[in-house]
Design a protein around this ligand. Structure first.
Ligand code: ZN
Length: 266
């Protein structure tokens, strides 16, 4: 499955601007994350991008590259402006709602709108160059309004970028029946509720054993406040499936009865 990802604008074309940010940078961040998720977490996916940095790329270059490569799907990522708010996506005008492209649009819309925390403007059609001149199914997403203060604040948050990218990737995966990789899956081992001192002790121990591990505070602290030794903390460790199973058993045997493992997914 060949997926062509097109981060809107770039180089001398900044796209929409507002609230101190530029469309071209946000679209690239989302696109790179979508690529990373698709390549890491799904089998038999190959991704190409119309740009991987801040380059100027014409609309013709974008569709020509995708057509010459023989992409199976064209995803164009944009940020809106002009006084509205929220998320919307487009396929080419006059496509029937029963068309394959419209099905793909619905799959993508559903996954994105449940993850992006934006107002839902709906699924739409338009005669945009990238939708018209690409030979394959194509969807263009408009991920919020850069000139809307609330939408723009979200765009500055890396976890929002991640969620939006996850929505795009999951939508594509659903629409095309992509298979998840299993052997490379990352797992988390979690002790949901322990004391701060215990979480700190475990983090040191497991970091010493070569793992990525961290404690997560279960209450909020003021800027000058320190957690007390017995404050509630959870302990999280990142590993692969085999190790996760063994570590859950080990930690349960050590008295952390509520330890569990879970796959890191959307
Ligand atoms: Zn744009």
């Amino acid at each position: 499955m060949k997926i062509f990802i097109d981060p809107g604008h770039g180089g001398t074309d900044s796209g929409a601007v507002g609230n101190g940010i530029q469309e071209k940078n946000i679209t690239l961040q989302i696109a790179q994350k979508v690529r990373e998720i698709l390549e890491r977490e799904y089998n038999n996916v190959s991704v190409r991008m119309s740009r991987t940095g801040d380059q100027t790329v014409s609309l013709n270059q974008r569709t020509n590259t995708a057509n010459q490569w023989g992409a199976d799907f064209f995803l164009s990522i944009h940020i809106n402006s002009g006084g509205g708010r929220g998320y919307e996506d487009f396929i080419l005008s006059n496509l029937s709602s029963a068309s394959r492209t419209a099905q793909i649009q619905r799959a993508i819309h559903l996954e994105i709108i449940t993850k992006n925390n934006l107002f839902d403007r709906g699924s739409k059609q338009a005669d945009f160059h990238v939708l018209r001149e690409s030979n394959m199914d194509a969807v263009l997403t408009e991920n919020g309004f850069i000139d809307n203060a609330e939408d723009a604040a979200k765009m500055k948050d890396p976890s929002w970028i991640e969620n939006v990218a996850r929505g795009h990737a999951q939508g594509i995966a659903n629409a095309f029946g992509l298979q998840r990789t299993t052997e490379n899956d990352e797992y988390k081992v979690i002790i949901p509720n322990t004391a701060f001192w215990q979480a700190r002790y475990l983090v040191r121990e497991f970091q010493g054993r070569g793992y990525r591990a961290q404690g997560v505070a279960l209450k909020t602290y003021g800027p000058n406040e320190q957690p007390a030794e017995n404050d509630p903390y959870s302990f999280v460790l990142f590993t692969d499936y085999e190790n996760a199973r063994n570590l859950v058993i080990e930690l349960k045997n050590r008295g952390y009865d509520r330890t569990y493992g879970t796959r890191i997914t959307s």
